[in-house]
Design a protein around this ligand. Structure first.
Ligand SMILES: [Zn+2]
Length: 84
């Protein structure tokens, strides 16, 4: 079984959510070995995933749900101070 790039891309993103079957992983690995494009794509996905995770954690710490009154006030101040 050989993959095309579309299959490989789909599997790369599935791999983030759930564990692929052994067969799928082998096919993917073979394709990645042969295809430079998908190898680059795969490492970009890893980077994006990591950055999102890190940013997500920080965002949760700093923005718990709704906008706080303090933040609204700061935005309001910034807008009224804006030179015309
Ligand atoms: Zn490919």
């Amino acid at each position: 079984m050989s993959l095309n790039c579309q299959d490989a891309a789909r599997m790369l993103s599935e791999k983030r959510d759930r564990r692929l079957s052994l067969r799928a992983r082998i096919s993917l690995r073979l394709h990645m070995f042969a295809c430079r494009m998908c190898k680059v794509y795969g490492s970009q996905l890893d980077t994006v995933g990591r950055v999102c995770r890190e940013a997500g954690l920080r965002a949760e710490e700093k923005c718990p749900g709704e906008m706080t009154d303090g933040r609204k006030q700061r935005i309001n101040d910034a807008m009224t101070r804006e030179p015309r």
